[in-house]
Design a binder for this molecule. Sequence first.
Ligand code: GUN
Ligand code: ZN
Length: 443
Amino acid sequence: MTAPGKPEGMTALRGTVVTCRDDPFLGDPDRALAVEIDGIVLCRDGVIEAVGPASELLGSMPSGADVVDYSGCLIAPGFIDTHVHYVQTEIVASYGTQLLDWLDRYAFPAELAFEDPAHAATMARVFCDELLRNGTTTALVFCAVYPQSVEALFAEAERRGMRVIAGKVLMDRNAPEKLRDTAQQGYDASKALIARWHGRGRCLYAITPRFAGTSTPAQLDAAGALWREHPDVFVHTHIAENRREIDWTADLFPERKNYLDIYDHHGLIGRRAVLAHGVHLSEDEICRCHESGTALAHCPTSNLFLGSGLFRIAAMKDARRPVHVGLGTDIGGGTSFSLLATMGAAYQVAQLNGRPLRAVEAFYLATLGGARALALDDRIGSIAPGHEADLVVLDPHATPLLALRDARSESIEDTLFALMMLGDDRAVRATYVAGKPAHPRDA
Ligand code: GUN
Ligand code: ZN
C-alpha cells in the first residue's frame, strides 16, 4: 500500500552519491568520479528522475515523497557482473584442480542436475538472492545446456525486475554425453529462447558457446548464423584462460591463427560479444578485440583460484588500442559473488603485474565500464537522469575493521578503496532494482 499523499512509484535516497562520468584509464582519473557528498537520487517508475545536492532537490520534491536517509553511506550504481555461471553456485570453493580437470570433476556434474526444472528454479532463486545481497543488479550469466535452466533463471529475474542477460550453453563435443547438444539442436533451442525472452521485462539473450574446445566448427557456424539473424542479442564465451586449454584448443583448430581467430572466423566477435578471461591473449588478439569492439570480462578471483594466470588490465586499457573490460565473478571458478571483493582481487592481480589499480579504476570496471562492455551504458552503470534506477548503498562502517580504517580515509576514493579491499556483502546496506528495495540488509 502506498501511504496517503505519497506519489506512486517514487523513491528518494539521500547519501553520498558516487558515479563515474568517464573512463579513468583513458582520461584524467582525478576527474572520472563524480561525487555529491550530501546528495539525493530521485527515482520514479523505475527510472532516475533527478540527482543532485540535497540542498537543491529537497525543496523541489513532490509533496509527500519519502526520503530514505543513507547519510554516511555511498549511493552507487548497482554493480555489473559481466561473467558468472548460475549453475555453478553450489560448487564454489571446490578444491585442488585447474581449469580442464576442474570442469570434469566439479562443473560438469553440477550442471547435469539442471535438467530438473525444480532444481533449476531453486538455484535461480538462490543465485538472484546472492546477486542482490552483494549489490549486483545486472549479470551476464552462463546457464546449462538445458533450455529449462534458462527458463528458470529468466523467470526468476523477470519476477524481480532484474536486468539479466543469459543463454543456453552450446556444447556438441568434449563433454559428458548428457551435457551435449548438436549444432542443429543448439541453434533451434537458442532461437526459441530468443523469441521467448529477449527483450521481455529486462531480460536479454546471449548466444553461449561454452568455449571453442567444446563446440565443433559446425556448431560455431550455427552460432554465428544465429547472431547474424538476431544481431541485437549478445555472444558470451570463454577465451585464453589457461595454458593447457590454449594448447588443446590450438590442436583442435590447427587452421586458425590464434584463439580469437576461431571466434572471428565463425562471426562471433564484435560489439555485444563478451569473452571471459583473456589472461593469455597475444598482442594481435588484443588489437583485434579493440578493432571489433569485443569486450573482455576480467575475473580475478577465478584466475587466482584456478591458478590460471594474471590478467593484464593496464595492457588491455592501453590508450593506443583500448579494449572494453568489465569485471566478472565467474562463480563457481571465482570465489565470491561480491564485486567489491572482485575489485579487491583485481587490485592484487594488478600489483603482481607491477602497477596498482586505483579505486576509481576498479569502481569504473564494476559499474560504467561493465555497462560499456555490455553496450548498455545508455541505461545502466551510471546515476544519471533517464537511467534505470538500479542502485547499491555501501556502508563504509559495516564492520568494526572497516569503520576503524575509514576513520583515516582522506577522500571518497580512499573510502572506496577501503570498501573494495575489506568489503563484501556485509558492506551492502541496500540494493535497489528499478527504484525498489530488493535487498535491505537490516530488514
Ligand atoms: N571455460 C569453459 N568453461 C568454463 C567454466 O565453466 N568456467 C571457467 N572458469 N572457465 C571455463
Ligand atoms: Zn566462466
